[in-house]
Unconditional design. Structure first.
Length: 76
């Protein structure tokens, strides 16, 4: 099972990415857990300077605004 985290402080872009990730996971029937990480101290542990960011299995795989297709590409 993949562990997917959306890093963000609750901004509109962060919420949009979380919604998109959930949709991709459901549409593709992926075996994954999707979590939202809004704790700034935990976000800083990933050494990310721009948000939102997408983390898969502990590794930052993308930053910024992502489309449905981009999220799909990253998760596959």
């Amino acid at each position: 099972m993949k562990e997917i985290k959306v890093l963000g402080t609750g901004c509109a872009g962060c919420k949009a990415l979380y919604t998109t990730v959930e949709k991709v996971v459901n549409d593709l029937n992926l075996d994954a857990s999707v979590q939202k990480e809004e704790d700034i101290m935990k976000i800083m542990e990933y050494n990310v300077m721009s948000l939102p960011a997408l983390v898969v299995d502990g590794k930052v795989v993308a930053k910024g605004k992502l489309s449905y297709e981009q999220v799909k590409e990253v998760l596959l």
